[in-house]
Design a protein around this ligand. Sequence first.
Ligand code: ZN
Length: 658
Amino acid sequence: MKNLWDPAEASKCKSELELRVYSSRLLGRDDTLVLHGGGNTSVKVRERNAVGEEEEILYIKGSGWDLQTIEAAGFAPVRLAPLLKLARLEALPDPQMVNELATQVTRAGAPAPSVETILHAILPHKFVDHTHADAVLAITNTSDGEKRIREIYGDNVVIVPYVMPGFDLAKVCARQFEAEARPSTIGMVLLHHGIFSFGATAEESYGRMIELVDRAEKYLEQEKAWDLATPNAHGSEKPMRLEIAALRREVATAAGSPVILSSHSDGKFLAFSQSANVREVSQRGPATPDHILRTKRLPMLGRDVSAYAEAYREYFARNAAHAKEPETMLDPAPRVILDAELGVCCVGRSAKEAGIVRDLYWHTIDVISRAEALGGYRALSEKELFDFEYWDLEQAKLRHAGQPPIFTGEIALVTGAASGIGKACVEALLKRGAAVIGLDVSPGVATTAGPRQDYLGLTCDITSEEAVTAALESGVRAFGGVDILILNAGVFPASEPIAILQPNEWRRVFDVNLDANLTLMRECHPLLSLAPKGGRVVVMGSKNVAAPGPGAAAYSASKAALTQLARVAALEWGAAGIRVNTLHPNAVFDTGIWTEEVLEARARSYGLSVEAYKRNNVLNTEVRGIDVAELAAELCGPTFAKTTGAQIPIDGGNDRVI
Ligand code: ZN
């Protein structure tokens, strides 16, 4: 554990709240301490209110904020005195507690205070820090965890047995703290949950967290349970994309909606999924209860999704029968899949969610392996975990969740994605919630959409069958399938009359505009057949199909052949629920090939200004890449659910076509 406190940085903080922000971010930077919204921090400050009275205010992390990126606005100011009165109640149902907390917040628009607010309030220290440190979990999640914690920390910490977070936990902590805290006490260990530290200053509280976790790490080292060698693991060399897509389809069916499924076969993940004891240790439960909301209680072993879903339904029925309130079952689909060939597969409604699952499980493997090295990993009981998974507060969140964007959980592949219409298609699909695989010969495709988890840009020459299958393999490993295919890449050669047309040029145009698309359609067909909502293909044709121009023989003929190919695909694939439609754009000038000079020259040859040339159509309107992309995206959506084999012009109206 490295103490990251920098006196120079800290001296720039102008208030206790700013110091709180600074040291919270230091905790957030270390993913062995907190992950994705886990953990929380607070500071107690004296403030004067609008009528001049002094009040003690507890600034506590608001829900929905992450310690790594938290700002002052991410802390909810709550009046301390009423919190201390609430803490003296014998019982308080959590939904009512949440209401009480909300009514004591002093800033309109502040985030909801953490459910651990009362716990922070009762600790008689100015600064309080709370993490779910991996090292502490590895030790507490063993059969003699409590004994080991006592051995490591003596009376430097108060030990609290596992209790559900919320009011009951605050009560138990208050009682333990009162009974056991000594002048030497600098923290509190919550078995199977995490660790608290506290102090008079931000630096002291943070420093104590680092010191306490460091002692846990040293203990693991001393017990030979820290540096664990990753055994060599060998994944499958054969293409896995169809198996992955079939698995994702089954998971989506169980989940009741499309999902992203990312496969990870890098060292630690593959080694864990192949380890001799994975069948036992992975089935004991999560490292800390709040992971359950992302990972579910148990990972799935192998690929039998219906057996997993059945076991989940039984788990729900078994435990819901004893719950205080009637519960609504969450979907029974797995979130973590351990497979000897695939490694670890992570499932989420979006690429971001699947990424969070990946990170949580990465750390879970460390906690499990270290606890095993200490003598045996132990998790909470099924009932305790059920109570957390079906906590009132989480069920309420579920009821209030809004409608996600239309392509949430779906995966689109766009060719020619580095610029022009292709780039605009990437943006239109991302905006609608899809994860997107972009292909282009230009390496710029890697950053078409900037660095973001739901976009994978791959340099790929689509005229190479080998390159296409390699790209599909990478894309499916990243997201789990291909549901939407946008065949956009194409070349528009310089004008060349038939009388002098060279066969090489003719072939080059057909290679890209026609043959490559045939390869892509053939290779994507089995993936599109597995799309949870049915596959969709949009083909970029051209106005030239209906209204060819002189000098554009190769272009017009290749696009006409492509259009015919799409029509046949619509006929052949309809029974599998795959829709194939064609757009015929014309005069889209905001693309790479149309430089200012080319535009001016072309406009002049028609005797028009550039502006007039751009609007030279029936509607007198300019057609932009984004207009084509929006229509392409909509063609894949519910509005066109019953349309296939269509050809739609997007050209502002062309008198030769009409
Ligand atoms: Zn916690």
